[in-house]
Design a protein around this ligand. Structure first.
Ligand code: N2P
Length: 361
């Protein structure tokens, strides 16, 4: 009997660490990974993944700041991440467990290091732009063949928005991306933190507010693909996913995406490990797996976003590497701006204005 007890106790002790590393909780943006990546990771490592999604940095931030989210890997946008690092939300990466870091693009990692010195806390998942998705046929019907589909004027000129209201205008629910876009159209600095500039951007948004059908960051993909909306202020890859879905459905809808000629926000989304993550070893395995060139290319080929992995580029579909909406020309790149890390006070201004815009009063 005594022997048996000892054996059981021993088994418990030995089994515990194995079980502790056996699962992984990932919290990622919706529509942001190839459909078979998780299954491939589970098969390669024996780790069982619980996978949840969100579509807003604000939602992710609230969970992380509350603590004990239970998540092991999360995907914050870099400027949000910088603030979260300062708040002590993330653990440093153990780079000895991430040999695939060698495949990352040094220039993009340097850009990310502006938000996280030495890339100590995170690596890149994907990057993209916040621009204009549109239904080619519906826009042409209402505004003619020379509709300004390459300009913010398509949306922000109230005369255009009024004519497109019936086919449906939507925007992502991302105030720190949408209000600066309006500022950019007005000729103001989209990186400004002057409250008067945010007020001006919000005022412009209020002018087109009667023509906006809704504010939602993930619904816009299927609605654009189905022709339920015709104009979206949205994320590059999501609009390409909409185009892909429409093409596959052969529903006669052609979706376009443009980086407006006035400029657009270029953002970088990161893979990071919360400081209270329960399964840190598995988290490193996952992040390393995501930096495998083939896995990284598979993800890009599925979600239509550029990744940060230099070695994956030759494995990416030429339709994607050749698309100026995903891999912008140098001229377009010169017009892109990066996000500002806002102070609390600025955040409050933005939140207040956004509430006004959304409620329309
Ligand atoms: C994925 C959207 C992620 C882009 N659907 C947000 N930075």
């Amino acid at each position: 009997m005594k022997k048996l007890l000892t054996a059981t106790a021993l088994a418990t002790v030995c089994a515990a660490p194995v079980f502790a590393q056996d699962v992984l909780h990932v919290y990622n943006w919706s529509d942001y990974i190839a459909e078979d990546t998780i299954a491939q990771f589970e098969e390669a490592t024996g780790i069982k993944v619980t996978y949840d999604v969100y579509d807003s940095n604000e939602v992710l931030e609230a969970k992380l700041l509350a603590g004990n989210s239970g998540y092991d890997v999360v995907v914050p946008t870099a400027e949000f991440m910088q603030r979260q690092i300062a708040a002590g939300v993330y653990d440093k990466l153990d780079k000895s467990k991430l040999p695939n870091l060698e495949h990352m693009d040094p220039l993009l990692m340097a850009a990310a290091a502006n938000y996280d010195a030495d890339n100590a806390h995170a690596t890149i998942h994907m990057w993209g732009t916040t621009g204009i998705g549109y239904n080619v046929g519906m826009i042409e019907e209402r505004l003619g063949a020379d509709a300004p589909t390459d300009s913010w004027a398509l949306l922000f000129d109230p005369a255009n928005a009024a004519k497109l209201a019936d086919c449906g205008i939507a925007t992502i629910d991302a105030p720190t991306e949408v209000i600066p876009a309006a500022m950019n159209y007005l000729g103001l600095d989209p990186q400004s933190t002057d409250p008067a500039d945010f007020e001006a951007g919000a005022e412009l948004l209020m002018q087109i507010r009667p023509y906006i059908r809704y504010f939602h960051s993930s619904q816009v993909i299927s609605d654009m693909a189905n022709g339920d909306v015709c104009l979206v202020l949205g994320w590059s890859g999501d609009m390409f996913q909409a185009r892909d879905r429409a093409d596959e459905a052969e529903n006669g809808i052609t979706v376009g995406y443009s980086i407006p000629r006035e400029g657009a926000l270029q953002w970088i989304d990161m893979l990071a490990i919360p400081v209270d993550a329960p399964h840190k070893d598995a988290a490193h395995k996952f992040i390393n797996f995501m930096m495998d060139p083939q896995i990284s290319a598979n993800n890009t080929n599925y979600v239509w976003y550029a990744n940060g992995n230099a070695a994956s580029v030759p494995l990416i579909d030429p339709d994607i590497t050749g698309d100026p909406g995903i891999f912008p020309s140098d001229a377009a790149k010169a017009k892109l701006w990066t996000a500002v890390v806002y102070a609390k006070k600025t955040d409050r201004t933005i939140t207040r204005l956004w509430t006004t815009i959304k409620t329309g009063q």
